[in-house]
Write a protein that binds this ligand. Structure first.
Ligand SMILES: NC(=O)c1ccc[n+]([C@@H]2O[C@H](COP(=O)([O-])OP(=O)(O)OC[C@H]3O[C@@H](n4cnc5c(N)ncnc54)[C@H](O)[C@@H]3O)[C@@H](O)[C@H]2O)c1
Length: 432
């Protein structure tokens, strides 16, 4: 393929080297004359292991050129990759000035060339940015089908950028509506790269970086509290990483229910308290319970907004297949709904009040002494012909539920139960 690369910094220069190694022809473009001259001579404008040799080979083989002229670059290629910087403004806001500028220049060049062209944005941009750029700068080109626009986030890391490019940890291609990208672009994106819509692909990049920052901060906080307690946190974290079922896995990485139960809230509270006692600041760990409370408050607000008269809660305990009510977020939800005067029915086949003992029973006696009257085995009667169904857990199978749901029900899916979308009621996801 013939590819223009706009922005010859860390991302652009590495992309130029790696694409030429794969046999593509690359025209590099930058506003900085020194970077253009350097690339054209096959000399890397940045320090990155392995890149210098690739660029030298590419220049020798006639696969690499560079220019400051946007129009020439677009005219000579079929696809443009935008890799210019998106720095923070003083306020912290993302500065898209360079992306907008370069997209405007490419659009003008496409209009002038009369050819169709593909435009791939690689610079990191907040969700909604690609749509805004398409609407404000490219509407005529889209309408005349002269330009196809993709958002293709970059996940490489400086220092190992060449290896990351050749074997990416993740590739996702943002298309306007999330449909598959055209197969002729597979040499660029990789044949197996999944597609998402533009804002979804933009968000994946931020979610990844926020997750990486969270992991680093978490390990550092465990390190600080460990040091204060005389513990070798390197070995603690090594052991933590040995659990690839619950720790380093997709487990606990789905938006859904707030956490609860007898362990997580209590143990986070104790660890944060221990840190405070030793004078160790742990802002991340300290934020976990407030964040969980904010999540619960959002759920309660959403339930109150959707509720009209009758409400059925599917699942009261803190997770499915248990009767443990200690710190169960759904107990809070139920209390708020009762307080607001809604007619609440609770269906949770795991809960047998007669068998509850100890702390579990105390939760009921203290927080919901009238719970017995709200718990029901008769799901059909609880659901009636209309009302809000709060699906906190899959405590009923879909075949049982399906005939009981009418178009007058609203289904609030709290924990990711996508099949609820196929039932006759109105579906609303909690945080998706
Ligand atoms: N550096 C990384 O490791 C990395 C990894 C993933 C994603 N990203 C994202 O990729 C983007 C680029 O990052 P970078 O580190 O390569 O930036 P950089 O600052 O190193 O390079 C950006 C280049 O764009 C050039 N430029 C600015 N305006 C231009 C214009 N109108 N025409 C042509 N060139 C222009 C600049 O002169 C500069 O050489 C950013 O959005 C960044 O967040 C960076």
């Amino acid at each position: 393929m013939k590819v223009s690369i706009f922005g010859l910094g860390y991302v652009g220069a590495v992309t130029a080297g790696c694409l030429t190694k794969e046999g593509h022809t690359v025209v590099g473009v930058d506003v900085q004359a020194e970077k253009v001259a350097s690339l054209a001579a096959g000399v890397s404008p940045i320090v990155e292991p392995g890149l210098g040799e690739m660029l030298a080979d590419a220049a020798k083989n006639g696969l690499l050129s560079a220019t400051q002229n946007h129009t020439d670059a677009v005219a000579a290629t079929d696809v443009s990759l935008v890799c210019v910087g998106t720095p923070s403004a003083e306020s912290g806001e993302l500065n898209l000035q360079y992306v907008r500028q370069v997209v405007g220049q490419i659009a003008d060049a496409v209009r002038a060339s009369g050819k169709s062209h593909d435009l791939v944005l690689r610079s990191t941009m907040l969700p909604g940015s690609t749509q805004k750029i398409a609407d404000e700068l490219l509407a005529d080109l889209h309408e005349s089908e002269k330009l196809r626009l993709f958002f293709y986030p970059e996940f490489l890391r400086e220092g190992t950028a060449v290896a990351d490019f050749e074997d990416p940890s993740l590739a996702v291609v943002g298309t306007r509506d999330g449909s598959a990208f055209p197969t002729e672009l597979a040499p660029l994106f990789g044949a197996d790269a999944p597609s998402a819509n533009w804002p979804g692909a933009e968000m994946v990049k931020y979610a990844c970086n926020a997750f990486h920052a969270t992991k680093v901060t978490f390990a550092n906080e465990i390190g600080r509290i460990g040091k204060s307690l005389g513990i070798d946190s390197q070995s603690v974290m090594r052991l933590l990483c040995q659990d690839t079922r619950l720790n380093l896995s997709p487990y606990y990485l789905r938006p859904g229910n707030p956490f609860g139960g007898s362990c997580l809230p209590k143990d986070v509270r104790a660890l944060v308290h221990e840190g405070r006692r030793g004078g160790v600041e742990l802002p991340l760990l300290d934020s976990l319970l407030p964040s969980n409370e904010a999540h619960l408050a959002k759920l309660i607000e959403q339930a109150k907004r959707l509720a009209k008269g009758r409400v059925t809660l599917l699942g009261l305990s803190f997770k499915s297949d248990t009767d443990d009510l200690r710190e169960s977020p759904m107990v809070e939800v139920a209390q708020h709904l009762i307080g607001r005067g809604f007619e609440l029915g609770i269906y949770d086949p795991q809960l047998n009040l007669a068998k509850l003992i100890g702390t579990n029973k105390r939760v009921i006696d203290e927080k919901m002494p009238h719970l017995a009257s709200l718990l029901t085995d008769d799901l059909a009667a609880a659901l009636g012909q209309s009302g809000l169904v709060i699906a906190a857990q899959k405590c009923v199978d879909l075949d049982t539920l399906r005939p009981l749901i009418t178009a007058e029900h609203t289904l609030l899916d709290v924990n990711g139960w996508p099949e609820l979308r196929d039932l006759p009621g109105r579906y609303e996801g909690f945080c998706w």
